[in-house]
Design a protein. Structure first.
Lengths: 261, 590
């Protein structure tokens, strides 16, 4: 892994008095699979949207391969792909039409497009449904075709918001393997997830965001080094984000119930 | 069970009222005030005209009036009935509860009275009572009017229900989105035929028949019973009883017929529509012909084309065209005109047709171009994320929104031209002129689309804010006026020069200046016709293409800066007790 693929410098997003992202500083290296964790409303999606050009930062900068996405959006967007948690795609396009559209926009050579598109459709078991309209797809199928669209042009940096939600176990496993393989071949993946197991198993590094601040950052070993070595990522996450307090209350309630019986 | 359901509906109604934003109350007040004033004028008109309305004329008015009631309720009530039967959000819950389907249906049926039927009821009952008071009708008149009107409304509403309940069994679930369009189209034709019935069954025009006091329909037609019952009740004669009983019995039969279809048409229909079963699944794997990758501008237009081609609702924009041509033509033939009457010298038919077609282009092009922006709706993130400039997107949307009406109307023009026997030059000149001029309208439309885009999930074809749509309509015609000046000058013969000179000397002000301008151009044209023709064509090209380029670039800039698509929530009331007005914007920002 060498060179920064993603660089956040004092990246801030404010909504009046509320700061959804507080002066974030972060670097993700090329070929790294980075997991971005945080409880609901912590600022994960806000950050991803600022990194993908969907939400303008209040201040600070976001760079993709050294290109500021807000200064040179088109250049930066040539390098990235994004899969949102709720992929609203064009309902009246077939899966194949959608991939062709993405291929046209990225001006892919026909042979390369066909080979890659067919390969992805096969990996995600969509070959048979490729000529169906997207409106007929289930949520998981929409998610899969959105992932195919994101990968068909082999982006340098892939942003994924809760990528495994809605996927069947086989597709989720395929995606995990595929992401690992892509990262080993130099692609950078920045994914947000609630499923800590995924982050623990797959990610090279993990960042935890809480109330707009990155409160922890490092490899799994680095995170554990500061805590009890036996702790899981879930324990660390709950401890850092205050979930332990709730857990204590739940435990207390359970104990009370037990006593009452 | 019915009681619980009705009480629930009542609570929903009260809570909806309570949770309305303040401006909505003002809106309702204005609406009621306008409605009240209209009703007052209508009643005052009836009062003033009452003494010239003889009994046979009144019978004719009633007969046709009741036909209109049925027609309006079918036409305007259909979407309302559809909403109550199949897209009401509470059905998901109600069908999982131990409530007989029939009870749910009856509550929905009662709910349907609020809306178009209620409006029609008030619009009819007040003037009819005013008329009764003026002519000093027998006391029987008032309850008979009430019963007859309610029966006619029940008949109309039941037909609307039957339409829904029957069609839902025929239309495949994969066509759910298109269901309403198909239904509106069929009901449009049905109602058109209904309104045309008096003209078709009689040889004389409808107005003549009514004024002459002649019966519009034979005695066995139900609207005649309704009319007969009221006429009989005016004088208090017992003759009102039989037609009254007949119309009431018919209403009951319609109601029973409707409720027999509840189980199959309502519950299973709802299940069928909710499943949306396997939409348009074409069998077969990936296309064998290989991928068709295009330039991004073409790709953007192509995806717009797929969205239009594959959704019947998108074609609704052309509905006025169908009504304009087909019904206008049918009406002309029905009124005794012949095809040969339409033919005339091509010097006359050609410019008239061009004017009509340009009028239609002005209506469609801007609308189609503007709607390409809001069509993105929830898929807008895809264009955000792709490396597409605003220019790529704007030109991609421009070419398809210009080409589509151009192809359709050119086909129409060719058919018309062949019928009239135009020359090849006339064909080419007309098509080329419109090709150039209309691209400007598309450019303006797109720019306005970037300013006032709106997406309403309940009405996905309504893609422009009201104010913007209004400005678009005016802007299209203003543009057309200026863009056509060079073309019109090319058409005006030089022989008109002297007349224009006289006019310019005799008239002052704006019209005098116009005549002076015409005279000057014609004198140039007389001196060097070829040069003026070339200059005129060049001017038209520069103006039209220039406007188109300018507005498309302005659209591109707006897309780069960020477009706000107003996302209208499906409910017009506040979702809870606090809200900022039911709109959530979506930004298309680069």
């Amino acid at each position: 892994m060498e060179g920064e693929s993603i660089k956040l410098t004092n990246l801030t997003k404010s909504y009046r008095k509320h700061e959804a992202a507080k002066s974030l500083n972060l670097e993700v290296n090329k070929g790294e699979l980075f997991g971005f964790l945080g409880p609901n409303g912590a600022g994960k999606t806000t950050t991803i949207k600022m990194l993908t050009g969907l939400l303008e930062p209040t201040s600070g900068s976001a760079e993709i391969n050294g290109i500021d996405i807000w200064q040179h959006p088109l250049k930066a967007k040539e390098k990235i792909a994004y899969v949102p948690d709720q992929p609203n795609l064009y309902p009246k396009l077939t899966g194949w039409d959608y991939l062709e559209f993405v291929g046209s926009v990225f001006r892919l050579p026909k042979d390369q497009f066909q080979a890659k598109a067919n390969e992805l459709l096969q990996i995600f078991s969509l070959t048979e449904q490729a000529n169906d309209l997207i409106e007929s797809y289930s949520h998981g199928m929409k998610q899969k075709i959105a992932i195919c669209g994101a990968l068909v042009h082999e982006p340098d940096v892939l942003f994924m918001d809760e990528p495994t939600v809605g996927l069947d176990p086989k597709s989720a496993r395929n995606l995990k393997n595929l992401l690992r393989e892509f990262c080993d071949n130099g692609m950078t993946v920045f994914l947000s997830t609630h499923i800590l197991e995924i982050a623990e198993q797959m990610c090279d590094r993990v960042g935890i965001i809480f109330e707009g601040d990155i409160i922890a950052l490092g490899t799994m070993d680095e995170l554990k080094a500061g805590e009890d070595a036996e702790q899981s990522l879930e324990d660390i996450f709950l401890e850092l984000t205050g979930g332990e307090d709730q857990q204590a209350i739940i435990n207390e309630m359970s104990d009370d119930d037990g006593d009452a019986k | 069970m019915m009681k619980a359901l009705l009480r629930n509906q009542w609570k929903i109604f009260i809570n909806t009222l309570k949770s309305q934003p303040g401006k909505n109350y003002f809106g309702y007040f204005v609406m009621f005030a306008v409605f009240g004033i209209l009703l007052y004028w209508f009643s005052a008109g009836i009062w003033a005209l009452s003494d010239v309305i003889t009994e046979p004329v009144f019978a004719g008015i009633l007969t046709y009036g009741f036909l209109i009631v049925i027609g309006f309720i079918i036409l305007l009530g259909l979407p309302q009935v559809f909403k109550h039967l199949y897209s009401a959000t509470d059905l998901n819950l109600l069908f999982t509860m131990p409530i007989p389907t029939r009870h749910i249906f009856w509550v929905k049926y009662l709910q349907s009275f609020v809306g178009i039927p209620l409006l029609v009821f008030v619009l009819y009952i007040v003037p009819l009572f005013v008329y009764g008071a003026f002519i000093g009708a027998n006391l029987l008149y008032y309850p008979v009017v009430l019963i007859v009107l309610l029966s006619v409304i029940v008949i109309g509403l039941s037909i609307a229900y039957l339409f829904n309940l029957l069609l839902v069994q025929v239309v495949p679930a994969s066509k759910v989105n298109e269901f309403m369009t198909v239904m509106s189209f069929l009901s449009g034709i049905f109602v058109y035929l209904l309104f045309m019935m008096p003209t078709m069954v009689n040889d004389r025009p409808l107005s003549e028949m009514i004024l002459a006091g002649l019966p519009l329909f034979p005695e066995w037609v139900p609207v005649t019973w309704a009319s007969d019952a009221i006429i009989g009740a005016v004088s208090g004669s017992i003759g009102f009883l039989l037609p009254l009983v007949m119309i009431v019995v018919l209403a009951v039969i319609f109601f029973i017929l409707t409720s027999t279809l509840v189980e199959r048409g309502f519950r299973t229909g709802w299940v069928k529509l909710s499943e949306g079963g396997g939409k348009k699944r074409k069998k077969g794997a990936v296309k064998k012909s290989g991928p068709k990758l295009n330039h991004p501008v073409i790709a953007v237009g192509k995806k717009e084309w797929y969205a239009i081609k594959r959704d019947v609702r998108e074609w609704l924009v052309f509905m006025p065209l169908i009504f304009f041509f087909i019904f206008g033509f049918a009406g002309f033939l029905a009124s005794g005109g012949g095809l040969s009457d339409l033919r005339g010298p091509s010097e006359v038919t050609w410019p008239i047709t061009q004017a009509i077609l340009l009028f239609i282009y002005a209506m469609f092009n801007g609308q189609i171009a503007s709607s390409t922006i809001a069509r993105e709706a929830r898929s807008v993130w895809i264009l955000h994320i792709l490396p597409l400039s605003g220019k790529d997107i704007a030109f991609g949307k421009l070419w398809i929104s210009w080409l589509l009406p151009f192809v359709i109307l050119t086909v129409v023009e060719i058919v018309i031209g062949l019928f009239f026997g135009w020359s090849a030059v006339q064909f080419m000149a007309g098509i080329a002129m419109k090709a150039v001029i209309t691209v400007g309208i598309s450019g303006i439309g797109m720019w306005l689309g970037t300013l006032g885009a709106k997406y309403n999930p309940d009405n996905p074809q309504n893609r422009l804010k009201f104010g913007t749509a209004f400005i678009l309509m005016i802007a299209s015609y203003v543009y057309l006026f200026f863009a056509l000046i060079p073309f019109v000058m090319l058409l005006i013969p030089v022989e008109v020069m002297d007349f224009a000179q006289i006019l310019s000397q005799d008239i002052d002000g704006f019209f005098g200046s116009v005549a002076g301008f015409v005279y000057t151009v014609l004198s140039w044209k007389a001196a060097s016709p070829v040069m003026v023709s070339i200059a005129g064509i060049l001017l038209m090209l520069i103006f039209s293409l220039g406007i188109s380029y300018l507005f498309t670039m302005m659209s591109a800039r707006k897309i780069d800066q960020g477009i706000e698509i107003e996302m209208v929530q499906s409910t017009k009331s506040k979702p809870s007790l606090k809200n900022r007005g039911g709109l959530s914007p979506t930004m298309l920002k680069r």
